[in-house]
Design a protein around this ligand. Sequence first.
Ligand code: ADP
Ligand code: MG
Length: 584
Amino acid sequence: MKEQKNHYIKRFISYYKPHWKLFLIDMVCAVLICLIDLAFPYATRVILNDLLPNQQYRYFFLLMAVITVCYVLRALCQYFVDYWGHLLGVRMEADIRKELFCHLQKQSFTFFDQTRTGQIMSRLINDLFEIVELAHHGPEDIFISLIMLIGSFTALFVIQWKLALVLLCMVPITVVFIVKKRTNMGQASRKLKEKTGNINSALESSISGIRVAKAFANEDYELEKFLEDNNEYRNSKNGFYKAMGTFHAGVETLACFFGFFVLLVGGLLIMNKNMTVVDMLAANLYVASFLQPVRRLGNFVELFEGGMAGFKRFVELMNVEPDITDKEGAKELKNVKGDVTFSHVTFSYEDAEEGEKEVLSDINLTVSAGKTIGIVGPSGGGKTTLCHLIPRFYEVSEGNITIDGINIKDVTLASLRENVGIVQQDVFLFPGTIRENILYGNVNASEEEMIKAAKEAMLHDFIMSLPQKYDTIVGERGIRLSGGQKQRISIARILLKNPPILILDEATSALDNETEAKIQQSFARLAKGRTTFVIAHRLSTIKDADEIIVIDHEGIKETGTHEELLKTSDIYQRLYYGTERSKL
Ligand code: ADP
Ligand code: MG
C-alpha cells in the first residue's frame, strides 16, 4: 500500500522533469517571498527597540529604503509565482492529457464497449484539473510552509524562548488534527469524484438520447433518472463540504489559540519583566507569519487528496494495456490484392455480466480478390461481428484470418486498416465542414481528388447547391443532412481512401427504397475491383454477389449464388421471400 503510494508520487514527480528550469525559478521566487516576509517583523523589532529610541534616524530611513526595494522584489516574485507557476501546471497538464489521449486512442473496441464516455471525459477534464492544481501549488505549499515554520520559530526562539516553547507544544496537536481530518476529507473527496463521473455519464447519455426521450414523451422518466444521480451527487457534495467545514473550523480555531497564547504567556512574561512590549509585538507578527503556513498546509492536504485521487485514476487508466496491438516485428501490409480467408474462426464477446458469449463458431470462408460476397442471416447472427474481425476491431478467439495469405496478426494495425474500408448504416460525421468530413478518408488528398470522389459518390451537385459549398458546416451546429446524403459522404470518404477490401454493413438500411436504388449505383462503382463484403437486410441488393453465405450463431449454414440458394436453401428462401414480401 505504502509502496504503491510512493510509486504514484514518483511517477507524479517525473512529469516535472521536462519543465525543471521553470520549476526551479518558481521555487527560488517562492523562497525569496518567504524570506522577505520573515524579515519584516524582525525589521519592525529593530526599529522599535534600537533605531527609534537611540535616534538613529539615518539608519531608520536606510532601512525603510531597503524594505521598499524588498517589496518591489517581492511583487515581481509574486507575479512570477502566480503567472509562470500556473503555466508550469498548465504545461504539465497538457503533457499528461496528451499521454492519456494517445493511450485512449490505442484502445480497442472492447475497451470502449466497456467504458462509459462520460467517465472518460471526467478523467480527461476534471481529474486533470486537480492534478495540475496539485502540480503547481503542491511543492510551493510544502516548501514555503516549511521555510516559514522553521524561520518564524527560530525568530521566536531568539526573541523569547519561553514563549516559543509554549507555542511549540501546540504544534503536535495541530498536526494530529490536520492529519486526522484530512483522512475524512480524502474519503469524501474520493466519493465525490466517483459521483462526478456518474453524473457526467448520465448527462452524456441523456443529452445524446434526448431525441428518443422526446419521441417517446419520456422526459419525466429521464428527469427521474437524472434526479437520482443529481441527488447522489448533491449528497456526496454535502458530505465533502461537511468534512471541509470541520477541517477549516478546526484549523482556524487552533490558529486563534496561537494568538491567544502569545497574549497570555506574553502578558505573564511582561508582568514578570521578562519581556518587553516591543518583543510581544514582534512575537505576534511572527505568529501571524507562522499561521500562514499552517493554513497553507491545510490547503495542501486538500490539493493532495484531490490531485492524488485524480492521478491514481489516471495511472489506472494508463495501466489498461490495449488488448489489440502490433506484435513485435509486425510488417506493413502492402500491395494488397485482396484474397481474404477465414479459417476455423471462432469469436466470443466478453460480457461483463454473462461472461464469454460465443457469437461466431468455426467459420471457414475464402473470398478471392475482387469478388463480392453477400452475408445474410438473422439479426444478431454475427454478420457485423464477422466483418469487424477483418480490420481487427476485435481479435479472433480461435483460428486465423489472412489477407493474400498473410495472417492479419502479423501486420501493423495501421497498414491493415488502411486497406480495409467500412461503410455502416449510421454514418458518423464530425462537426466541421463537408470538406473536412470527406477528406477524413485521406487527409492528404488534393482538392481535385476530393471533388472527383464527391462526383463519383453523386454528391458534388448537391454540395455546389449549398451556399458555402464544400465549406458548409455539418453536425451539431451546422446543416442537417438526410440519411442518403450522409451515406454519400461516407462513400466519398471511402473512394478517397481507396482500400482494396471493402465492407458494406447494411449501408443502405436506413434509406428508403428510392434513395437506396439511387445510391446502389454508387455502391456498385465503389465495389468495382475490390474484395467486397456486403451485409444487406434487403436481399435484393445482393442478388448479383459472386457468392452468398447464410450465417447464424452456429456458423455458416449455406453457401452459394442467389439462384442456387433460392433453390436449395430453406432459410434463404424464407429470408428472401420474407423481406421481399415485407417490402410490398
Ligand atoms: P448482426 O450484425 O448479425 O445483427 P452482430 O454481429 O451485431 O449481429 O451481433 C451478434 C451478437 O453479438 C448479438 O447477440 C449481439 O448481442 C452480440 N454483440 C454484438 N456486439 C457486441 C459487443 N460489443 N459486446 C458484446 N456483445 C455484442
Ligand atoms: Mg449488424
